[in-house]
Design a protein around this ligand. Sequence first.
Ligand code: KG4
Ligand code: ZN
Length: 339
Amino acid sequence: MSVYILGIESSCDDTSAAIIEDDKLLANVIANQDIHSNYGGVVPEYASRAHQQNIIPVIEHALKIANISKKSINAIAFTRGPGLLGSLLVGTSFAKAFAMGMNIPLIEVDHIQAHVLAHFIKKNEEKDNCPEFPFLCLVVSGGHTMIMIVKDYFEFEIIGETIDDAAGEAFDKAAKIMNLPYPGGVLVDKYGQLGNSQKFKFPVPKIKGLDFSFSGLKTSFLYFIRDQIKVNPDFIPENLNDICASIQFSIVDILINKLFDASNKTGIKNIAISGGVSANSYLRSRLKDGENKFGWKVFIPKLEYSTDNAAMVAIAGFFKYKQGKFSEQNISPYTRYNK
Ligand code: KG4
Ligand code: ZN
């Protein structure tokens, strides 16, 4: 008998609901919140209010696409954290109420683990390409940057992480310095594809081991742009593509070099990327190069499973369901990653 899981994601500014039948995705609906682009970043209070408005329609839409009734759902999985407290509360409260009302198990899912497990989402028409354990996963999102050894579905060992900003933050802050709207990562990618990545050089951070740092790069980028604008007020519009390509090169080069070190250190050549920044076209192509250059077997999520989505929450929920890992009604969200 098939198991149907409803997954809910509401950790930041995307409200998403997904339905899977075992590990096969039936529906994945995402409502983005445009309101934040006016403010240069996510406004937590607006995010919670938008989640409240979106959550029911998004779930109803997902049920319709999956063509099943809510009575067929065997369990509900939701993102418990990390994320914005108000946003998480909306998904958590809904999931608790739904589980109680339908008398089905409640399953908490960690957002970072869900990003990693996105690699196991299957769709009927596609050939499976799931990573084999153990694999290295570079998780790069708006709030997190880490390399982990993934030993099993819920067995992770973090071997490197950022000591300051996340890679996604570096993209978004660089975009903000260039006056591009939030979230700017995707625009840096878009313009960067048209530019010369070697035109401008930025200092490479020297951080020992497998840890990352992006705050020095951000500061030097800020000073670089400020100095150039003093000489030529039109420096940004005249050089936008080259600036984006160059800063993107610097960020991605840091990520790939650390992945290379991690692979050498552990001897693991199955390499995966996850999280919003894994949508970046240059990171994807540099990772792909690793197949020929370093003998890596690489795993790149489909674009729709890179950025925040509920499909990854549903698949994580499915693996927990099979292991009987259920949550109590009295749990509350957490805002920071629990290692
Ligand atoms: O995983 P995610 O959707 O949300 C969090 O869990 O934070 O990641 C969002 C981050 C943002 O910083 C966004 O700018 C970045 O992912 N991002 C990108 C691209 N698409 C999303 N960064 C670079 N290139 C992209 N194409
Ligand atoms: Zn995320």
